[in-house]
Design a binder for this molecule. Structure first.
Ligand code: PLP
Length: 371
C-alpha cells in the first residue's frame, strides 16, 4: 500500500463553512459587552440549550465533571450512599460520585450497545443505592424508558451523563431530558464544544435548577447572601457566546457525523473480525465516538499509525482497575464485558469537516490490514 495522506484523530474544522467566522464575531461581541462573569450571553445560551433539548432548565457550569457533581448533590446523593454507574465510562462519571462522598458501584454494559441495562443495574441494587448514572456512551442513548420505569418502581434517582450525546434521541426525545437531572460537558471535542472548559446541568425540576444556580456561584442567588457553601463553577460568558453560535448548527454537525458513520458502516461491513457500532431500536446515535472492536487491536492501531492514520482508545483501562479506585479492591475479571471492551476497542477519526479523501484513506488502511 502506498502511503496516503495523514489523518488526525480529531481536528477543528470550519464546518459548516463560515462557522469559524461567526464564532469569532460572537467572541468580539462578548468581549465588548464587558460582562465577563454570568453575562447576558450565559442566560441566553442556557435558555437556547434548554429549549433545543425540550427541557425546562439548563444551568451553565464550569465543566462536565462539575455538572455531574452538582447533579448528584441536587439529587440528594450524600456520603454513605451508593451510586450505580457503568464500569466502561470516562473517569469523570466515577470521580463525581467520590466528590460527593458516595460510593461508586460499577455495573456491566450491554455487549452490543455498551450501555447500562436495567438487568445490569438491578444486579447491583442494595439498600444503600440512592442513584444511577446511565452514560449515553459514544453518543448512543441508553434505553431510558426501561431505566425510568425501574426508577419509578425503586425510587432511585437517575442522573444522566449526557456528555457524549448532545442532540441524540431515544424514542424521539432528547438524551438528557429523561432523568431527574442530567449533566453535559462542552469540552472542545464534544459534539457541542466550547473553546475551553464548559458544562451544563439540565432538568425539568425547578428546585434542582435553583440549587445548581446557587451552588455554582458560592451558594448565592443574591450577591453576598450565601445560603449554602457552594463552589465557583460558572459557565464563562465567552464560552456561552461561542456555544450559542454552535448550538444553531448542532443538528447539522450531528447529521454530518451520522453521514460519516454511515460511510464507515457500509465500507467496513464484513471486514476481518471487526465489530461495528450497533444502533439499538428507538435510538438516534450521534457518534461522538466511532468505536470499532477487533481482536488484534494494538496491531491494527500500530499499522494505521504507520500509514499516518491516527486513532484513539476509549478507554484503555476500565474504571474499576484505575489506581484511583484501588480502594474499592476490584480484581481483574470482576467486569468481563467492560474489560473486554478496553482490550478490543479502537476509535476511528470521525468529526465534522473530515474530508472524503481522509475518510477513504482510513477505510483503505483498515482493509489493507486484513488483506
Ligand atoms: C467528557 C465527559 C465528561 C466530563 O467532561 P469534562 O467537561 O471534561 O469535565 C463526563 N462524562 C463523560 C462520559 C464524558 O465523555
Amino acid at each position: 500500500m502506498t502511503p496516503g495522506i495523514a489523518v488526525p484523530f480529531f481536528g477543528f474544522r470550519d464546518f459548516p463553512a463560515g462557522i469559524e467566522r461567526e464564532v469569532q464575531a460572537a467572541l468580539i461581541c462578548a468581549l465588548e459587552s464587558k460582562q465577563y462573569i454570568l453575562g447576558e450571553q450565559v442566560t441566553a445560551f442556557e435558555n437556547a440549550f434548554a429549549s433545543a433539548l425540550g427541557a425546562r432548565y439548563a444551568v451553565g457550569v464550569g465543566n462536565g465533571l462539575d455538572a455531574l457533581t452538582m447533579s448528584l448533590k441536587a439529587a440528594g446523593v450524600n456520603a454513605g450512599d451508593e451510586v450505580i454507574l457503568p464500569a466502561n465510562t470516562f473517569i469523570a462519571t466515577a470521580h463525581a460520585v467520590l466528590q460527593v462522598g458516595a460510593t461508586p458501584v460499577f455495573a456491566e454494559p450491554d455487549t452490543y450497545t455498551y450501555n447500562l441495562t436495567t438487568a445490569s443495574i438491578e444486579a447491583k441494587i442494595t439498600n444503600k443505592t440512592k442513584a444511577v448514572i446511565p452514560v449515553h456512551l459514544y453518543g448512543q442513548p441508553c434505553n431510558m424508558d426501561a431505566i425510568m420505569t425501574l426508577a419509578n418502581e425503586t425510587g432511585l434517582k437517575i442522573i444522566e451523563d449526557a456528555a457524549q450525546a448532545h442532540g441524540a434521541t431515544f424514542n424521539g426525545r432528547k438524551a438528557g431530558t429523561f432523568g431527574h437531572v442530567s449533566a453535559f460537558s462542552f469540552y472542545p471535542t464534544k459534539n457541542l464544544g466550547a473553546i475551553g472548559d464548559a458544562g451544563a446541568v439540565v432538568t425539568n425540576d425547578t428546585e434542582v435548577a435553583e440549587f445548581v444556580r446557587k451552588y455554582r456561584n458560592y451558594g448565592e442567588l443574591q450577591k453576598y447572601h450565601n445560603e449554602v457553601a457552594g463552589v465557583n463553577s460558572r459557565l464563562d460568558t465567552i464560552q456561552a457566546a461561542v456555544l450559542h453560535v454552535k448550538l444553531k448548527y448542532l443538528t447539522k454537525l450531528n447529521a454530518e457525523r451520522q453521514r460519516l458513520a454511515s460511510v464507515y458502516l457500509a465500507e467496513l461491513y464484513n471486514t476481518g473480525d471487526l465489530t461495528l457500532p450497533f444502533t439499538a431500536t428507538g435510538c438516534t446515535h450521534v457518534y461522538h465516538i466511532f468505536n470499532i472492536r477487533v481482536r488484534r487491536r494494538d496491531e491494527l492501531q500500530q499499522f494505521l499509525k504507520a500509514h499516518k492514520i491516527n486513532t484513539a482508545i476509549h478507554y484503555p483501562i476500565p474504571v474499576h482497575l484505575q489506581p484511583a479506585y484501588s480502594c474499592l479492591e476490584h480484581q481483574v475479571g470482576a467486569f468481563p464485558i467492560a474489560e473486554e471492551l478496553t482490550a478490543t476497542s479502537l476509535s476511528l477519526p470521525l468529526y465534522p469537516g473530515l474530508s472524503e479523501h481522509e475518510q477513504e484513506a482510513v477505510i483503505k488502511a483498515v482493509k489493507a490490514f486484513f488483506n
